[in-house]
Each structure stands twice: as C-alpha cells, then as structure tokens.
Design a protein around this ligand. Sequence first.
Ligand code: C2E
Ligand code: MG
Ligand code: MG
Ligand code: MG
Length: 292
Amino acid sequence: VAKQAGKNRYHLFDTAQDNANKVQQQSIGDFHVALGRHEFVLHYQPKVNMRTGEVIGVEALIRWQHPERGLVPPLEFLPAIEGHDISLELGEWVIDTALSQISQWQNMGVNLPISVNISAYQLQQANFAARLSILLAAHPEVTPQNLELEILETTALSDINRVSATMAACNKFGVCFALDDFGTGYSSLTYLRRLPAYLIKIDQSFVRDMLEDTDDLAIIEGVVSLAKAFKRDVIAEGVETIAHGAALLQLGCELAQGYGIARPMPADDIPEWISNWKVDDSWRLQNTIKAS
Ligand code: C2E
Ligand code: MG
Ligand code: MG
Ligand code: MG
C-alpha cells in the first residue's frame, strides 16, 4: 500500500512537474520568437564626470518591445530566463548589438565606450572569454577598449577564483570590467584587491538615501576611500538631484549616472544629447543636474 501510495505521489509530482516545465518551455519559446522578431532593444544611459562635464560613456540597458505589453523593463523578464540557453543567446545579442553601436558612433566621429551588463550564468560559462573574442573579431573596426562589462559584486563573490581568471582573460583583449551594485555584496578588502575591475559602481540604494541616512553616507564614504586606496575609479548610480551630485563631489566621487543627468534613451538620441551637453560651456553641476 505504501509503495502504491508512493507511486501515486510520484505520479502526481511528475504531472505537476510536467505542467511546470510546459509553462516554462512555452515562455522560453516566446523569448526565442521575440529574439527572432527583433523585439529586444538597447537603451543607453550616459555616464558623466560631474566636475569636468566630460561624458565618459554610456550603459546599455535592455528592454523588450513587446507587441502587447509595450516596453518591458529588464527585471520583468531577465530573471525568468537566467540559467537557460536563451539567456546566453540574448547575452551575446546584447554584446554584438553594443559592438555594432560603438562602430556606428565611431563612423559619426563619436568615440563612446559602452558598458554591457553580464549575468552570473553568462560569466560562469567556461567559454565566456573565447565567445567574447569571437564577437570582437566580428567587429574588427571596434576598439576593444570601448567595450566594458559590468558584473554584479555578488557574481564576482560567488566564485572568485574562476571569475577573476575570466576577467583577466577578457582584460587581455582590452575589455575592462566594472563591479555593479557595489556595497550590496559584503566584499572584503582582500576580495576587491583580487578582482581586476577598474571601476566600482556604488549601488543606487545608498545614493538615494545618502542625504537623510548617515549610515548610507558612511558607506559611500567608505567605498570611495576603498576605491582610491586600490586605485580604482568610482561612479555613483542613481544620481537624481543636484543635492546628490553636490554631496558626492564633496566626498570625492566625480563620476555619476542617474535620472538627474539623463534617463536611458534610444541610441539615436545619444549624439544629440551629447552635443547639447557639450555646447553648454557654462557647464556646472548646479545648472545642469535638474532636481527630479
Ligand atoms: P543596473 O545595471 O544596476 O542598471 C541601473 C538601473 O537603474 C537601470 O534600470 C536604470 O534605468 C536605473 N536607473 C538609472 N538611473 C536611475 C535613477 O536616477 N533613479 C532610479 N530609480 N533608477 C535609475 P533598468 O534599465 O530597469 O535595469 C535594471 C537592471 O537590469 C540593471 O541594473 C541590470 O542589472 C539589469 N540589466 C539591464 N540590461 C541588462 C542586460 O542587457 N543584461 C543583463 N544581464 N542585465 C541587464
Ligand atoms: Mg549595470
Ligand atoms: Mg547597478
Ligand atoms: Mg541593479
């Protein structure tokens, strides 16, 4: 009887699992279709030096131009595909599209580095560096230094030996790394020293509350001095107001990205945005970063 019950339970479980797999496979199938129909698009958010006014690059951020749902933000679909082959295909599409974009801008006389977000699963692939070199080889006109990769601090910490080896292999091609959402992953000093990342991105959660919460302010202060000690660049994410920018400059953080400077925008809008930003020769934090 017990065996019978066990068997039934097994069948029950099996059926539930089958249904779950079916649902997932159906939505995974949707992503293949969407990729085939060119429904994914990259928007670009400028990164600037608040002191000099220089535009130092842009971050590529994926969106899904869904026929019914409209423009779907990445966190509404990327988690569903992470760990599946389609996430690797999409990840390569992002790198390839960014390389084409660098090339297009180069032709217009705009030399603009693009940073691309890389998922944990993508970076953990044994052939990640090899695949990257193939993508770079397909765009011989692109200076590899114009491609940057952003990995989450938590991804870097998950398997530091392997991750730092992969990063070093990519560095050899001229591609550099940023540690994204920094401060959320409990990096020790030793870990940071071992990771070949030239840039640290302070997570926007600390910036958001830095003016009200002295703990957040202290964390930013700590990350800035950590970056300086290890000779890494540091950028603040989520800079929304003049007050944020002013406080960050005072702490010695000159690089910034956020809605207060520019929202992510389609590629076609970037050259005009840059020239407007440049022609403003009276550029100063106070008159350019508008409170939102
Ligand atoms: P992230 O890499 O930390 O990117 C910053 C996110 O913050 C973006 O959201 C950006 O639009 C948003 N943001 C920028 N400035 C501000 C601000 O001042 N205030 C606020 N509240 N938000 C701001 P988005 O585009 O929705 O992307 C969310 C996350 O999705 C990204 O976080 C990144 O982890 C992931 N992601 C985006 N594109 C890709 C991609 O192509 N591949 C992978 N693997 N992940 C991606
Ligand atoms: Mg990022
Ligand atoms: Mg971030
Ligand atoms: Mg984030």
